[in-house]
Design a protein around this ligand. Structure first.
Ligand code: GAP
Length: 436
């Protein structure tokens, strides 16, 4: 039974990876040169999906609140930032190397720590491998020019704490939010976009008084769960894991991982940490409360979300297969607000100029101007177009046919039910607005 399920799970991952490539969501990085492990390139629909996820997150956690300040800090920062934060000394994974084939493994991810799983060779001593990518800034080669590609967006917020306080004079509690790239030289990148070397994070550092940390920890736990549900992640597959003290990051006094049931196991999706006052203290920063006439070092609650893992969990949540007339159909049941394409417009036949003209000028152009995420699709027959749009996750397909020329109505097909209804062209924008 277990083997059958495992095969099913492997099949599901293969289907998702193949769909992502075939339909222009995600491609392997540097593919035409043999690929670069742990890197992926995002195609047109993948970018649209990520943008929708990020915009939705920003709208909820920044735009609709008055206690949150956005930032877009530089990826390269002085090495002192990473020395102070503890990353130079401690951002490392345990690694062992095979003395025969020279392959490296993460020691905490292999069962037999003595024998290589690839060639049976002897594994060497355990070493610590720092996961930050080092680089040089400027033309100088000496060590003072060393910088790192940031392994978390968080430090960009801590080092701008004073700038933000001076510019906006916020009162506690308040937060800073950032969306951006992070880089980790993972020893064993794996499972498609789950563990990669270049990824994106959406992070919040919420500054509080120390005595309030439990209250705000609970509050942010709720907010994180609400957001996951809002974007359409299958909540039955999300579990909370209280991270044991020995497994917590060096700065954390309490961490919850939100885990997801991926086909390859229950693993981390997002995290929530109580970072205490560790970071602000490390950077020698403080906060002056003008009203209370006191200086304090605020404590920090940190909700953190990986964009790539959000995409993977979402794809796995919305992938559906059904069967009609003996034919298997697969589709992505995205919410319209998250789908890369809201609707696709098609002339029934592409060699009929009167249909193409009508579809283009009276249907496609106004919808495109209103919603942006509108596709033009005149390839293949209608059945093929529907199958393609189903796989992209387009909620509505609109077809202009010969009746349209007589009565100004179009066919709107619903992705999930396959049902079609006639809608007046003048009503289309309202029809779609209501659905989203
Ligand atoms: N600032 C805290 C921090 O970076 P983390 O748990 O190391 O905490 C936060 O990372 C989130 O970033 C994770 O929950 C995950 O969603 C994402 N993430 C971390 N490493 C990743 C990787 N190698 N590939 C893809 N996403 C990753």
């Amino acid at each position: 039974m277990r083997d059958i399920n495992k095969k099913k799970d492997n099949d599901l991952m293969e289907k998702i990876v193949s769909l992502c490539k075939r339909r222009g969501f995600v491609f392997p990085g540097s593919e035409i040169y043999g690929g670069l492990g742990g890197t992926y390139d995002w195609g047109h629909f993948g970018v649209a999906l990520k943008n929708n996820i990020k915009q939705n997150w920003w709208k909820k956690f920044v735009d609709s609140r008055k206690d949150m300040y956005g930032i877009d800090a530089a990826i390269l920062m002085r090495q002192e930032v990473w020395q102070a934060s503890g990353h130079v000394a401690g951002f490392a994974d345990p690694v062992v190397e095979c003395e025969k084939c020279k392959r490296r493994f993460r020691a905490d991810q292999i069962e037999d720590k003595k024998k290589c799983v690839e060639c049976d060779g002897k594994l060497g001593d355990l070493k610590q491998f720092n996961m930050m990518f080092a680089t040089k800034v400027g033309a100088s080669e000496d060590s003072s020019a060393t910088s790192y590609l940031r392994p978390e967006t968080a430090q960009g917020m801590f080092v701008n704490f004073k700038n933000t306080v001076d510019a906006f004079h916020p009162r506690l509690p308040f937060g800073m939010a950032q969306i951006g790239k992070a880089f980790r030289n993972e020893i064993t990148p794996r499972d498609f976009i789950f563990r990669v070397r270049e990824f994106e994070q959406m992070e919040i550092e919420y500054f509080i008084r120390s005595e309030d940390w439990e209250k705000y920890f609970e509050y942010w736990k709720g907010e994180m769960l609400n957001w996951m549900e809002e974007v359409g992640i299958d909540m039955a597959k999300v579990h909370e894991l209280e991270v044991a003290p020995s497994d917590r990051a060096h700065y954390s006094k309490r961490t919850i991982d939100f885990e997801f049931d991926y086909p390859f196991g229950k693993k981390e999706l997002f995290g929530l940490a109580y970072r205490t006052d560790s970071d602000l203290k490390n950077h020698k920063l403080e906060y002056v409360d003008e009203e209370e006439k006191e200086k304090i070092v605020p404590h920090v609650i940190e909700p953190t979300f990986g964009v790539d893992r959000a995409v993977l969990a979402l794809l796995l949540s919305v992938y559906v297969e059904d069967e009609k007339d003996g034919e298997i159909r697969s589709y992505l049941k995205f919410k319209p607000s998250i789908a890369p394409v809201i609707c696709a417009v098609s002339p029934l036949l592409k060699n009929k100029p009167e249909l193409v003209e009508y579809a283009n000028t009276k249907v496609y152009a106004p919808l495109k101007a209103e919603f942006g995420r509108v596709a033009w699709d005149d390839n293949g027959n209608i059945g093929k177009r529907y199958r393609k749009q189903d796989e992209i996750g387009t909620p509505f397909c609109i077809v202009v046919d010969f009746d349209t020329l007589k009565d100004d109505t179009v066919t709107v097909r619903d992705r999930d039910t396959g049902k079609q209804e006639r809608v007046k062209v003048s009503e289309l924008q309202n029809y779609i607005k209501e659905k989203i």
